[in-house]
Ligand binder design. Structure first.
Ligand SMILES: Cc1cc2nc3c(=O)[nH]c(=O)nc-3n(C[C@H](O)[C@H](O)[C@H](O)COP(=O)(O)OP(=O)(O)OC[C@H]3O[C@@H](n4cnc5c(N)ncnc54)[C@H](O)[C@@H]3O)c2cc1C
Length: 575
């Protein structure tokens, strides 16, 4: 059996930042990081637009309180305000620390870190490295954790969280190279497994964002929080769905419908293109539904709108958002200097996740916790984003809460000993699970079922939702679960068998999808990214509460947990 003091699952920003903190504070701890991809291929590397912090380099009127207010208003008042205060107060410090680690941020003429406008933020506070910010940060973090000699298990797929007697004791993991299965025990387990964009058919997320950590947590009998809040980013490139960063609108691009109108004037007259993402995604979807979308030949009635950069000029486009120009050129054949880019909303971010407190400890219920289990980053819900995240607050969350969780773990493990784990029991059940998958000779292919699951969630739990449509989706998913029992794998080999991983991921997509729909059905109001056409108004009386959803094979049961309000009273949200 493998043994470490601490094991972190996930090599993105949250996992690497936590690992760095633990290594800095307790260099003698035996620390391991496991990732199904190589760490620098984690989705964090694709983050484009930037990371928010009130450095006041461009705007000296900015303050952490203003950042906190923007975040809480953006969240439609569902964020926990104590967690938001920590996020915004610690932001300048973590960004300066990144800069000291070597991150190459873009600069102002005077040499200070540059800061740009971003949706829903009232000041220019987003720090960036052109439009490759995630790349710049993750590479530097990874280089730094290598210096501490942390054990890295890359291309190992974690199949199961070992949770017994309310205590996380370790992991069961599968090595892609040769199908080896191993049990790992540790004094503390941390999940930093990222989001679940692949539950939907159009997403900006990478192929690995399949919600594994969320599903493993749910299958261990623990709750998931606020899963109904799925962020649709307004500007996914049509038709691929990959991201055209909000930085493009931050730098001045327009959204235009088939009449050539900047339609955001109707929906958010003050903020225009820099309204928060939920509002902008609904605006685009409404324009398309009402016939003012655009077809490939430029005529009206199609399923995208234009993102127009032309007035920005070649020099600004190439210096501030070169990657977005490249993406449009490479994937849609559009030269954004002379043509507008076709865009429509794409699934982008998971506001909900594994419920944690501000030290990263995982909750079992509103007021009880699990021993030795921690989480941070996109897979966690602390909750700083509430019902809708503001752009550039997620990288920030990974770094602030990655650091805090790392600190909490370094202290926690000091007086812990390695737990007892029945290695043979877990090895045997993992081998049985894999053997069963390989032996099945059913009629269904993984790709086909996955596509149906993704279509189901996109059709039944999209930008706009109603009770009848969600209920239909829940039924469809039940049928797909039965078909999953009859999938057939073609690859029976033990070397680089990616099909086994796809089969395990597909189960996770279905668990996460079921939880999303159950929570969405029950929330009979519209708040942030959750927009119910049959309940169009926010209902603070009944639903100023977090959802806690418990999964079981019989179905999902829901509880609610109070929201922490400290500084800001809920108000109507206008932009
Ligand atoms: C295209 C794009 C652009 C973005 N731009 C911005 C931006 O400009 N600003 C901003 O604030 N936010 C942005 N975001 C959001 C932000 O990048 C993410 O929320 C954040 O990087 C998530 O980091 P993470 O560490 O939580 O997870 P990730 O970076 O997704 O890493 C997850 C890790 O978990 C591992 N893992 C998962 N499952 C398993 C398993 N079963 N076994 C082993 N390992 C596993 C993966 O291998 C990976 O290493 C963007 C997101 C996208 C998709």
């Amino acid at each position: 059996m493998l043994e470490h003091d601490v094991v972190i699952v996930g090599g993105g920003l949250a996992g690497c930042r936590a690992a760095l903190e633990i290594a800095r504070l307790s260099p003698n701890l035996n620390l391991a990081l496991v990732a199904k991809t190589h760490p620098i291929r984690s989705h964090s590397v694709a983050a484009q637009g930037g990371i928010a912090a009130t450095l006041k380099n461009v705007d000296d009127q900015d303050s952490w309180e203003a950042h906190a207010f923007d975040t809480v208003k953006g969240s439609d008042y569902l964020a926990d305000q104590d967690a938001v205060a920590i996020l915004t107060q610690e932001a300048p410090d973590v960004v300066i620390d990144l800069e000291h680690l070597g991150v190459l941020f873009s600069r102002l003429e005077n040499g200070r870190i540059a800061q740009r406008a971003f949706g829903g933020h009232s000041h220019h506070r987003t720090c960036y490295a052109a439009d490759k910010t995630g790349h710049a940060i993750l590479h530097e973090l990874y280089t730094n954790i290598r210096r501490y000699g942390i054990t890295i298990y890359d291309e190992w797929y974690v199949m199961q969280l070992i949770l017994e007697e309310n205590c996380a004791k370790g992991l069961v993991m599968y090595r892609l190279l040769d199908s080896t299965v191993q049990v790992l025990r540790a004094k503390a387990v941390m999940f930093a497994t990222g989001g679940y964009g692949r539950v939907f058919n159009t997403t900006s997320n990478d192929f690995a964002s399949t919600g594994d950590g969320l599903s493993m947590t749910a299958l261990a009998g623990l709750p998931l929080e606020d899963m109904e809040f799925v962020q649709f980013h307004p500007t996914g490139l049509y038709p691929a769905g990959v991201l055209i960063s909000e930085a493009v609108r931050g730098e001045g691009a327009y959204l235009v419908n088939s009449n050539g109108d900047r339609f955001m004037a109707t929906y958010a007259p003050n903020k225009m293109e820099l309204a928060p993402r939920d509002i902008t995604s609904r605006a685009i979807t409404t324009e398309i539904r009402q016939g003012r979308g655009i077809h490939a030949d430029g005529s009206a009635g199609g399923s995208f709108v234009y993102l127009d950069l032309r007035h920005m000029g070649r020099e600004k486009i190439m210096s501030r958002v070169p990657f977005c120009w490249e993406e449009a050129q490479r994937l849609a054949g559009v030269d954004a200097v002379i043509e507008p880019i076709p865009v429509r909303p794409t699934v982008h971010y998971s506001m909900g996740g594994i419920p944690v407190n501000t030290e990263g400890q995982v909750r079992r219920s509103a007021d009880t916790f699990v021993e030795s289990f921690f989480a941070a980053g996109e897979c966690a819900c602390v909750s700083v984003h509430g019902a809708n995240r503001l752009g550039s607050n997620s990288l920030l969350e990974c770094v602030v809460y990655g650091r805090r969780t790392g600190r909490a773990i370094a202290t926690y493990v000091q007086d812990q000993s390695l737990p007892e784990v029945d290695e043979q029991h877990y090895l045997q059940s993992a081998h049985t699970q894999i053997q069963q998958l390989l032996a099945q000779s059913g009629e269904f292919r993984i790709n086909a079922i996955r596509q149906r699951v993704q279509d189901c969630l996109s059709q039944h739990c999209g930008v706009f939702r109603t009770e009848a449509v969600i209920k239909e989706g829940i039924n469809t998913l039940q049928n797909l679960k039965q078909q999953y029992e009859q999938i057939r794998l073609d690859d029976k080999d033990s070397v680089w068998n990616t099909e086994i991983i796809e089969a395990l991921e597909l189960r996770n997509l279905m668990v996460v999808g079921e939880v999303i729909m159950a929570a969405a059905l029950q929330r009979q109001e519209s708040r942030g990214a959750h927009s119910r056409e049959d309940y169009p108004v926010r209902d603070d009386e009944r639903f100023l509460q977090h959802t806690l959803a418990y999964f079981s094979p019989q179905g999902v049961t829901l509880q609610y947990m109070p929201v922490t309000l400290t500084q800001f009273e809920p108000q109507e949200r206008k932009y």
